[in-house]
Design a protein around this ligand. Structure first.
Ligand code: SF4
Length: 448
């Protein structure tokens, strides 16, 4: 059968979709990139923010409609499916399958059941995670995501993840290393290690913490770059900060969600760090890697947020000077502590104004930083040919900026030097550099 997967949400969801894809291909199904040709349509959704869940709902509605004219199987999975379960069934009585993040491993069995019994199945139970994770090696991919943890134990008051993805589970080190080695043997040059909070990784069987794991991954021959996301500031240890000084494959980037610059709001969010602590981490990181790119997530309009709290967030942005930031208006998510205990009392208009001011400043800083890269020579990993612009390649700097380069040479999978010729709004333009001068090789403390 042909299957089509539509994914909404974060990188964890992207990775889950990869796993679903691998499982279905191992079962002998074929991937299609058109829902029209698909016999099985799977919508993988996220619940963390309101927008993706709304989009997913309208997609389900659309596909259910087309299903009535054909014989498709329509399934919905991910956090949102787990959260809504029976309610989704009430809304879409013709839906075939609803399953949660912990049921991905059981998908072939669930699909067989749907096909055999021709009835809707809902399975969103808390079964925990298992050690094995399915993945297929795609020979042409240069970058890959590898999960090291699943679930989360932190219970930030605005976040639904611990309720939907379950308690934190660390995959055994041996399994992770084996997966990365296989991917590297097949051409992957850059690995992004994934988890809701990678810093709290701990494999009790081998007594391995996150930095120990990074060291082991670093020693894999043929692997050129390592990224990780997401990091919780409360778990960024000095050991991790120091790792940036002696692990050159660690990319020059850290995504470190701050969420607010106000200590009062941080405490209501149950984040367990102060504004000062956060700023100190960023300073220490920049002491080790002068030009490290620091990106973040910020929520505006959290319950009780005053003008002063918002000013504190703005002043933190000014002080840290993020390379970029994802910012959102607070929206209450069911089950969370904030939903149960705090009134969503910041008026929508105020949230909107604050978000606009914040995003304006973030954008200005980001563009200034991008402009500073013009004329610099940087190493980039060439990921793929651009589908949009003929003759161009899409590449990425160590500091996680996309650089488009024009070249007739076969560059995919190579790390090449490029001179940045122009900073655009969300990316850079560059040209291959054959000269001697090279910014990055000057010092490990000054990698861009
Ligand atoms: S660390 Fe906080 S925000 Fe991140 S997934 Fe866990 S509960 Fe959610």
């Amino acid at each position: 059968m042909n299957f089509y997967i539509e994914t909404y949400g974060c990188q964890m969801n992207e990775r889950d979709s990869e796993e679903i894809n691998a499982l279905l291909r191992m079962e002998g199904h074929f991937e299609t990139n058109s829902s029209r040709n698909a016999d099985i349509i799977i919508i993988n959704t996220c619940s963390v923010r309101e927008k993706p869940s709304q989009k997913a709902l309208s997609a389900v509605g659309r596909y259910i409609k087309s299903k009535n004219q054909g014989k498709k199987i329509v399934a919905i999975c991910g956090c949102f499916a787990k959260q809504e379960g029976e309610r989704l069934k009430e809304r879409f009585p013709n839906i075939d399958l609803i399953f949660g993040p912990q049921q991905i491993k059981d998908l072939p069995i669930l699909l067989n059941q749907v096909l055999k019994e021709r009835r809707s199945i809902i399975d969103t139970s808390d079964t925990g995670y298992v050690n094995e994770e399915k993945f297929l090696i795609d020979k042409d991919s240069v970058t890959a995501f590898v999960n090291i943890t699943k679930g989360c134990d932190n219970f930030c008051s605005f976040c639904i993840v611990p309720y939907l993805r379950g308690r934190e589970f660390s995959r055994p080190k041996t399994v992770i290393l084996e997966e990365i080695k296989k991917r590297v043997e097949n051409g992957v040059k850059e690995i992004t290690i994934l988890g809701q909070n990678v810093n709290s990784y701990y494999d009790k069987h081998s007594n391995t913490d996150f930095v120990d794991l990074l060291e082991d991954i670093h020693s894999i021959e043929g692997l050129e770059r390592i990224r990780f996301t997401t990091s919780h500031p409360k778990d960024v240890s000095n050991k991790l900060i120091m790792a940036f000084s002696y692990l050159p494959k660690l990319c020059n980037h850290i995504h470190l969600p701050v969420q607010s610059g106000s200590d009062r709001i941080l405490s209501l969010m149950n984040r367990k760090y102060s504004r000062q602590h956060y700023i100190e981490i960023t300073k220490k990181l920049r002491d080790i890697r002068k030009n490290i790119s620091i990106t973040t997530d910020i929520i505006v309009g959290f319950p009780t947020e005053t003008d002063q709290d918002f000013e504190d967030t703005l002043s933190l942005v000014e002080e840290v000077k993020f390379d970029t930031a994802f910012s959102f208006k607070y929206s209450p998510r069911p089950m969370t502590i904030a939903y149960r205990k705090l009134r969503d009392d910041v008026p929508p208009k105020t949230k909107e104004i604050r978000l606009k001011i914040l995003q304006g400043r973030i954008e200005e800083i980001a563009q200034e930083k991008n402009r500073n890269l013009e004329g610099k020579v940087l190493d980039v990993l060439v990921e793929e040919k651009s589908e949009k612009f003929q003759g161009q390649y899409i590449s990425r700097t160590s500091c996680n900026r996309v650089v488009n380069i024009i070249s007739n040479e076969e560059l995919k999978g190579k790390i090449v030097k490029v001179k940045i010729t122009k900073a655009l709004k969300h990316s850079l333009l560059g040209e291959l550099w054959k000269g001697e001068h090279h910014e990055e090789s000057r010092s490990s403390r000054n990698i861009a």
